[in-house]
Design a protein around this ligand. Structure first.
Ligand code: C2E
Ligand code: MG
Ligand code: MG
Ligand code: MG
Length: 274
């Protein structure tokens, strides 16, 4: 009976597997065309001063308008992009497009910076500096108006060459944020080595603020650490008034989350919301 069940499971399973393999290959082919055919677009999410509500920055978040599947969030295609190396042209496009858009909304919020997520693969490329400086100079964006967001895992595998590149970026005035802080190997020794300017406290801690004392202690500790290291600090994923009150009470100076604004078109950055 077990054998029979196994056999029928095998039979019903195979077409599904084959189907998903095909759609994966198709998706890779589609992704290859996405940049050239202008199917990617960026949304921007505000990062605000928690005291005044003023917009301090906006993070560029990529979406893919797939011709048949509709709008895809990054989680649906970035892993594939990373596996295939297609993340490099995508991130290059994102950097250029984010700088171009930032120039338009910086008219409304003059000192605001634009934050761009950078994949680990890109950090390993010597041409990252050239890509970034080409983007800022093409549109006349001051390098200090650009923040590159890197994850702890991307940084931890960083070689001396990566470290040197980060220092060069800093010398150009470009800012460096550590994204999703607390979810990777938040080691104090690398905080000493990496020339970061900002920590972004992962939203998993912010989400548990009202219910988990350890999450509260974590947000408090990271906020203090950032203060002591003279780093900017942002609480990610603030969704409720209660979370807002908690991060404010802790003394975290900046926040990002649905409570302050969802990712939206560049035209909405710095516009007064109802
Ligand atoms: P991230 O850099 O940590 O970006 C924040 C993510 O949290 C975004 O998801 C944003 O929409 C979401 N978010 C913001 N506020 C809230 C909130 O209050 N509640 C909840 N539940 N979520 C919130 P998104 O746009 O789906 O992006 C996911 C991840 O994909 C990003 O995480 C980033 O790691 C990556 N990503 C996005 N755009 C790019 C890109 O252009 N290049 C690269 N390499 N990675 C990107
Ligand atoms: Mg980010
Ligand atoms: Mg994050
Ligand atoms: Mg994240």
């Amino acid at each position: 009976a077990a054998k029979a069940a196994g056999k029928s499971a095998y039979r019903t399973c195979t077409p599904a597997l084959r189907e998903s393999a095909v759609s994966r290959a198709e998706l890779i082919a589609d992704l290859r065309r996405a940049v050239d055919e202008d199917q990617l677009h960026l949304e921007f999410q505000p990062i605000v001063d928690l005291g005044t509500g003023a917009v301090r920055s906006a993070e560029a978040l990529v979406r893919w308008r797939h011709p048949r599947l509709g709008m895809l969030p990054p989680a649906k295609f970035l892993p594939l992009a990373e596996e295939t190396g297609l993340i490099l042209p995508i991130d290059r496009w994102v950097i250029h497009e984010a700088c171009r858009a930032a120039v338009t909304w910086r008219g409304r919020v003059p000192e605001a910076t634009v934050a761009v997520n950078i994949a680990a693969a890109h950090l390993r490329r010597p041409d990252l500096i050239a890509t970034v400086t080409a983007a800022t100079s093409a549109v006349g964006l001051a390098p200090r108006a650009l923040t590159l967001e890197l994850t702890e895992s991307a940084l931890i595998e960083g070689t001396e060459a990566v470290l040197e590149r980060l220092h060069q970026l800093r010398e150009l005035g470009i800012k460096i944020a550590i994204d999703d802080f607390g979810t990777g190997y938040s080691s104090l020794s690398y905080l000493h080595r990496i020339p970061a300017t900002e920590l972004k406290i992962d939203r998993s801690f912010v989400a548990r603020l009202g219910t988990d004392d350890r999450a509260y202690a974590t947000v408090q500790m990271v906020t203090r650490l950032a203060g002591a290291f003279d780093l900017a600090v942002v609480a990610e994923g603030v969704e409720t008034e209660r979370q807002h009150d908690a991060v404010t009470a802790i003394g975290c100076p900046r926040g990002q989350g649905y409570l302050y604004g969802r990712p939206d078109s560049p035209a909405t950055v710095g516009q007064n919301r109802a």
